[in-house]
Design a protein around this ligand. Structure first.
Ligand SMILES: Cc1cc2nc3c(=O)[nH]c(=O)nc-3n(C[C@H](O)[C@H](O)[C@H](O)COP(=O)(O)OP(=O)(O)OC[C@H]3O[C@@H](n4cnc5c(N)ncnc54)[C@H](O)[C@@H]3O)c2cc1C
Length: 476
């Protein structure tokens, strides 16, 4: 076993500790949209309507399948997280989606892409872009130009979210968690970080939970409780773009030949109460580019009850050492095009999150002996559009369907079975980006150039592909 696995181990103090052990069938790491899709699908099919097991547990014979999910955040859906999504996979997985009363959800009602000119002359604009800005200002009377922003007359297809939904991921994930736990088929434990995987040679045997009650150096302190070892036939890893459990897999098993993960964008978000007299309607979606730097994208989504989620992405290919996302967010909000909506508003919460931008080149091994990966850590995010909720959910659904098939046919979760049996034929049409957004981006509008790079990637255009990483397993 790895040095940090087994039934007793060395904590940072060097002392041996006895760890409790629990055996289950499936243990899951992280409760984001990918795991939402996995557990929603699984939980519908492992119990009969009368509560008796449809699939029996191997860990506890006679009982239904034992499924545990650990989430490190203090509660489910704790992230600051307004998103807009086409929600095709979500709606397919949750038939009552539109009438379910998911808090803070609104159908997309209006969508605009806005080029923000530099109102203060402080951004790093090329000569060509400055000249273009001058031309736009000179012709502003005949253009859809207001408050320093040029509204594009159309929304490019790859950004279009008409028919989709504005969601608070926090509220949505709490809602999903309640539905899953309400079935009694799976338990979700928030506030319980997974410290590491239990790896036995080339097989993942489960997870070790984080020790509680330690000091800053990791030494046992008052209330010390060693993290439990959870042994499972299958460990599902869905710990997001830079989760350390995913990285433990990458370190132990390596990445597929020619793959690397080096590209991450930083996203900063605010959730605000808009002023009482706001003209923005629920479901409004604004995408911006051009300011505070040409490479930086902005977004503003309006939820019901005058609440908006807004923020920026600082992309991986932004070649300035001044990557102060928080300051850029402030500059962006002060742009006259946006500030007219935000002046007098009230900040509710804020936060930052990473977005993987390595595209297919960053795709890890998706399954091995005893483990499978879903969601952004498996490379599901659409780099082209910066969207990944629907895509992550779809990978979870697909894995669940494959796992159910393996369970019904009493197969094991070794790489051979996982790799060849669990790619269901059904699939959602979701755009996937093949290449990373890396390197210096040519062109007058670096933000569009970066998207173009992402779109065309290493030599192949990003035609809409049938989803996703799980397909890649059977057709490498
Ligand atoms: C600023 C920003 C804006 C975005 N906007 C959109 C948008 O508008 N539309 C869209 O579709 N997508 C958007 N995305 C992308 C989207 O958020 C992700 O693609 C999606 O959340 C990925 O889902 P996931 O389940 O794979 O991972 P995550 O949502 O990252 O969930 C992973 C979960 O695992 C937990 N976890 C991690 N490590 C551990 C551990 N060791 N133990 C236990 N739990 C752990 C985390 O706490 C987290 O809850 C945005 C991303 C960013 C950064």
């Amino acid at each position: 076993m790895d040095d940090n696995s087994g039934t007793s181990a060395q904590p940072a103090s060097g002392a041996e500790v006895e760890r409790q052990r629990m055996d289950v069938d499936i243990v899951c790491v992280g409760f984001g949209p990918a795991m939402g899709g996995f557990l929603t699908t699984l939980s519908k099919q492992i119990l009969q309507p009368d509560g008796t097991p449809a699939i029996e547990s191997s860990a506890l014979p006679g009982m239904p399948l034992q499924v545990l999910c650990y989430e490190r955040a203090d509660d489910l859906g704790f992230g600051v997280s307004g998103v807009v999504t086409r929600a095709r996979a979500l709606r397919a997985g949750i038939p009552a989606f539109e009438t379910a009363g998911i808090p803070m959800a609104a159908p997309v009602s209006k969508e605009k892409v806005v080029y923000l000119l530099d109102p203060i002359g402080a951004s790093r604009r090329s000569m060509a872009l400055r000249a273009a800005d001058k031309l736009i200002r000179a012709s502003r009377w005949v253009l859809p130009f207001e408050h320093g922003g040029l509204e594009l007359p159309w929304t490019p297809g790859f950004l279009r979210k008409q028919g989709g939904w504005v969601l608070s991921m926090g509220q949505f994930m709490q809602w999903v968690g309640t539905q899953v736990q309400g079935t009694g088929a799976a338990q979700i434990w928030p506030g319980t970080p997974v410290a590491s995987l239990l790896i036995d040679d080339d097989t993942v045997a489960g997870v070790r939970l984080l020790d509680q009650g330690v000091d800053k150096q990791g030494r046992p302190a008052e209330g010390f409780m060693p993290g439990m070892d959870i042994h499972a036939a299958l460990t599902v890893v869905a710990d997001g773009p830079v989760g350390h459990i995913g990285r433990q897999l990458d370190t132990h098993f390596g990445l597929p030949d020619g793959h690397s993960r080096r590209d991450w964008a930083v996203g900063m978000k605010f959730v605000v109460d808009l002023p009482a007299d706001t003209s923005l309607q629920p479901g409004t979606v604004l995408h911006t580019f051009g300011f505070p730097e040409p490479e930086i994208f902005g977004f503003l989504y309006v939820h019901p009850d005058r609440i908006a989620s807004l923020g920026i992405f600082v992309p991986s290919w932004f070649d300035s050492p001044m990557r102060t996302a928080y300051r850029y967010l402030q500059h962006w909000m002060l742009h006259p095009y946006l500030h007219r909506y935000l002046r007098g508003g009230r900040l509710r919460s804020w936060g930052a999150k990473t977005l993987g931008e390595s595209g297919r080149r960053g795709e890890p091994h998706l399954a091995g002996n005893g483990y499978a990966r879903i969601g952004e850590g498996s490379g599901s995010t659409n780099v082209l559009t910066g969207s990944g909720v629907d895509e992550a959910w779809a990978t979870g659904v697909q894995l669940a369907e494959g796992v159910l098939e393996l369970l019904r046919t009493k197969k094991t979760f070794f790489q051979r079975e996982l790799g060849t049996s669990i790619c269901p034929a059904q699939a959602f049409e979701l755009g996937r980006s093949r290449g990373p957004r890396r390197g210096k981006v040519p062109g007058r509008f670096p933000s569009w150039g970066g998207l173009r790079n992402a779109r065309h990637g290493p030599g192949r255009s990003n035609r809409r592909t049938r989803i996703g990483p799980w397909r890649a397993i059977v057709s490498p």
